[in-house]
Design a protein around this ligand. Structure first.
Ligand SMILES: Cc1cc2nc3c(=O)[nH]c(=O)nc-3n(C[C@H](O)[C@H](O)[C@H](O)COP(=O)(O)OP(=O)(O)OC[C@H]3O[C@@H](n4cnc5c(N)ncnc54)[C@H](O)[C@@H]3O)c2cc1C
Length: 420
């Protein structure tokens, strides 16, 4: 008789974990949403699955690429050389290749040389763990000086995660290394990430795994997992429980010991707003646009059409507007139509004729763990039969589909090793 493993959440980490365990265990995935995918989910619009947030895959995302190949979808990967561009005073400056540095007007020659040196250093330095006790702002100020730190990295930090002084250079330097190694190599899965999710979930179901949607776990006590599905309260007895939900949510529904709860509560999340927009107007011919000066209600805009020219439903451009912020931020609390109107009003500063043909706005409460200074990954196993998966276990890796899939695999391998 196979033991029962209940996985809470149906995002990518859960699917990667279930895929490895399903031969050996009776696996049940409980997902509260009506579709699988979590942060990587898509919505169906005019015959197309469109991701709720921008969704690129980089050449360094080895685990994601492995899954794509395993499920025979590699021919659907469209690779593009794209740039990250910074906007100063309504001018757009790509900054991905070394030659971009020389054309980067916001900096004089001394800063340009410093930036070149930093680029080379980050390219060569893969392991930043020796600098885990050093704050990002202090290290950068020493390496590239105050001007670059303030004009570029401080603003970039505000747009992406908060302040530079609140994170270590171990984490930030790992990000810079990834970007410099990956350079401009980005791809999009043209059949949609939804297709990869479908392929993995079909595999799990063919091997006897169960996947329940609209199944919100409301309580875990003594290995009894209680969930609500179609207004019905159901309880499953689990031999093992694997949680992929943000730790704060697990704390709220479980009977974990207080010391474990306190450790998990230390992990805070940033929220995000993502708005997909279809439009006939070109805002920027660069893929990744970060707005440095002046700042707008959105931190950046991805021109999805640069990565995937067929991305629109009717030949239009598709953009992803995004803002990372705290849940308590007033802007996050605004009604969706007000956020949408503000985004569109602001974008007219750079594209005066801009008109949205259609929009889809999503508020994401748990968008990314906040990898604060001295962040510690929680362990794989937090109690006798309770295990963790998810991006919050993968510091200093970035929160990507890659780190989610990898974390699911790692915990599954841990459980299989324990059982041997
Ligand atoms: C704005 C944004 C843009 C991104 N862009 C990219 C990108 O371009 N490329 C890339 O590789 N990655 C990107 N990512 C990151 C990537 O999407 C995530 O790292 C990954 O999908 C996280 O997977 P996960 O399984 O760890 O967590 P999640 O996807 O958060 O999965 C957790 C699941 O648990 C479910 N759940 C929560 N509570 C309960 C409950 N009580 N009962 C049952 N189910 C529950 C949730 O509904 C969710 O489905 C982006 C993320 C964001 C926020």
């Amino acid at each position: 008789m196979k033991e029962t493993v209940v996985i809470i959440g149906g995002g990518l980490s859960a699917l990667a974990c279930a895929e490895k365990l399903v031969e050996r265990y009776n696996v049940i995935i409980l997902e509260r949403d009506g579709v699988l995918g979590g942060l990587a989910k898509s919505f169906f619009y005019k015959g197309k699955w469109i991701p709720i947030t921008f969704r690129h895959i980089m050449s360094i995302d080895k685990t994601t690429l492995h899954f794509i190949e395993k499920y025979g979808l590699e021919d659907a990967l469209l690779w593009k050389d794209v740039n990250i561009a910074f906007w100063f005073d309504n001018e757009c400056y790509p900054l991905t290749k070394p030659q971009h540095i020389f054309k980067f007007k916001p900096f004089g020659i001394v800063d340009k040389v410093r930036l070149m040196k930093l680029g080379l250093y980050c390219y060569l330095k893969a392991d930043w763990s020796d600098l885990k006790d050093v704050k990002a702002d202090e290290w950068l100020e020493e390496f590239v000086g105050e001007n670059i730190t303030n004009t570029l990295f401080n603003i970039l930090a505000e747009v992406k995660f908060g302040t530079l002084s609140s994170v270590s250079i171990e984490w930030f330097g790992s990000r810079l290394h990834e970007t410099s190694v990956n350079r401009e190599k980005y791809s999009y899965l043209t059949v949609g990430v939804q297709e990869l999710i479908r392929a993995i979930s079909d595999y799990i179901k063919r091997r006897g795994g169960e996947i329940l949607l609209n199944a919100e776990v409301t309580r875990i006590k003594d290995n009894n997992v209680e969930f609500v599905c179609n207004n019905e309260k159901i309880v499953v007895k689990a031999d093992k429980i694997i949680s992929s939900v943000p730790p704060e949510l697990l704390v709220n529904i479980s009977d974990l010991p207080i010391n474990v709860k306190n450790e998990l509560k230390e992990i805070k999340y940033r929220s995000a707003i993502s708005m997909v927009v279809g439009s006939k107007q070109l805002i920027s011919d660069q893929y990744w646009n970060v707005f440095m000066r002046p700042r707008f209600s959105f931190g950046g805009i991805f021109n999805h059409t640069v990565l995937y020219p067929e991305g629109g439903v009717d030949g239009e451009y598709v953009y992803y507007f995004f803002t990372y912020l705290d849940e308590t931020d007033d802007f996050y609390g605004l009604p969706e139509n007000e956020i949408r109107d503000k985004y569109i009003e602001d974008v007219k500063a750079i594209c005066p004729n801009f008109e949205a043909l259609w929009t889809k706005l999503t508020k994401i409460r748990y968008a990314s763990p906040f990898y604060s200074f001295k962040y510690k990954n929680p362990p794989i196993k937090i109690l006798n039969d309770t295990y963790l998966i998810g991006i919050y276990r993968e510091h200093p890796a970035t929160r990507t589909m890659n780190s989610a899939l990898l974390s699911g695999q790692k915990t599954a391998e841990f459980i299989l090793r324990e059982a041997d």
